[in-house]
Design a protein around this ligand. Structure first.
Ligand code: HEM
Length: 358
């Protein structure tokens, strides 16, 4: 006998019963339930669900980005996916407000029961970092151990099993293939290089001449501009002293070109893509800072359950674990419209919308 087809229900579809059976407070097991532990668990689980969604977005973004050339029709959805990740990260920063309704004393009720578990061991968080492009060599070490050395072997294996190239490496390859930076007789680097060096040299002279600023400050500002000039030269002179760029010189050059001539129709979407990557870097950094502040509020300067120095370590990651930092540093080398070398007419024409053109 065949019955009526089963009608899908909300609970079945979302497996609500399973989901609600996943909260098991350690304090309850120990015989004295700490009220706030449920909040602590649910907030962490909500994070892991959102991490999963971020990785799901990265899967498609990176698959699209792996093509060479990247299909024109995929560029829009790559950018949309990056913007979605940014929105999720904003939500994740906001979620800490809910957790901060727990008092430090409320946390103390169950904190000791959690040792040595720690958010440090979140495999999905580590995957997001590495998939975005945080290289192991750039990570802060704890007790002279790398991040992965501190993970349990099974978690380390999960990280190792992910062989995806990083988004940063894919971005580098994509940018390096940008046409237009060298088209016909036009060479962006040649027209632009002199204009930037002139603008920065002018900045340095006006800083030094500004009598309203105390001498030591003037010297420090001039030295910072000199350092920026050195970094800029390193893009054009392969033998220049070591630079601080993480991306290759052709990629930086293309990113500069896109940022400067962003209003040209063909560059508008690539520009939005670069902006979305900066949004992600910024919101991830905000999360790191916000999490570090919350940790200071909850445990002061005590070490973490995962064995780091706690708040001090977390603050340092906000500065050191930036991923798309080069894109931020490009702003040093942007020029005001009046100083920007004009594009040759044929380059402009080829970067515009030319419906019906022969
Ligand atoms: C009372 C709340 C929290 C406290 C006191 C806390 C404390 C800490 C501490 C001290 C660390 C450094 C590693 C260690 O030594 O344990 C850490 C790392 C971490 N925590 Fe939290 N945490 C809290 C909430 C959260 C939440 C809600 C999440 C969300 C998933 C989270 C995710 C992480 C991650 C991903 C790391 C690794 C950060 C890195 O190494 O860059 N934490 N946490």
């Amino acid at each position: 006998m065949t019955g009526a087809p089963r009608r899908l229900s909300y609970g079945d579809y979302l497996q609500v019963d399973r989901l609600l059976s996943c909260q098991a407070p350690e304090s309850l097991k120990a015989g004295a339930e700490a009220h706030d532990e449920m909040l602590f668990i649910i907030v962490h689980q909500a994070y892991e669900l959102w991490f999963r969604q971020i990785l799901h977005e990265l899967d498609r973004i990176q698959q699209d980005f792996a093509a060479s050339p990247v299909a024109d029709e995929h560029l829009g959805r790559i950018t949309a996916g990056l913007s979605r990740i940014h929105e999720i990260l904003k939500l994740l920063v906001g979620q800490l407000d809910v957790l901060e309704t727990m008092t430090p004393a409320g946390f103390l009720e169950f904190r000791d029961l959690l040792t040595p578990a720690s958010g440090f061991q979140s495999v999905q968080f580590r995957l997001i970092e590495t998939r975005l492009g945080l290289a192991d060599a750039l990570r802060i070490r704890i007790d002279d151990q790398s991040m992965s050395e501190r993970l349990a072997p099974e978690d380390r294996d999960k990280l190792k099993a992910d062989r995806s190239p990083s988004l940063l490496a894919q971005l580098d390859a994509w940018l390096s293939r940008t046409p237009f930076v060298a088209l016909g007789d036009y060479r962006f680097r040649e027209s632009y290089r002199a204009a930037v060096i002139a603008a920065l040299t002018r900045d340095a002279s006006s800083v030094v001449a500004d009598a309203a600023v105390p001498e030591p400050q003037r010297q420090a500002d001039a030295a910072a501009i000199e350092k920026a000039l050195g970094n800029f030269r390193a893009l054009f002179e392969p033998d220049a002293a070591a630079s601080t760029w993480r991306m290759s010189a052709p990629a930086i050059e293309a990113a500069l070109f896109i940022s400067l001539y962003r209003d040209m129709p063909v560059l508008q979407l690539p520009f939005r893509l670069l902006q979305a990557l900066m949004d992600i870097d910024e919101s991830l950094t905000l999360w790191r800072l916000r999490h570090a502040l919350m940790v200071e509020r909850m445990i002061g300067v005590r070490p973490g359950t995962g064995g780091s120095s706690g708040h001090g370590y977390l603050r340092a990651t906000a500065e050191k674990h930036r991923i798309f930092i080069d894109l931020f540093h490009l702003s040093t080398y942007l020029l005001a419209g009046r100083d920007l070398p004009a594009l040759p007419e044929d380059v402009r024409r080829r970067m515009g919308f030319s419906y019906g053109a022969a």
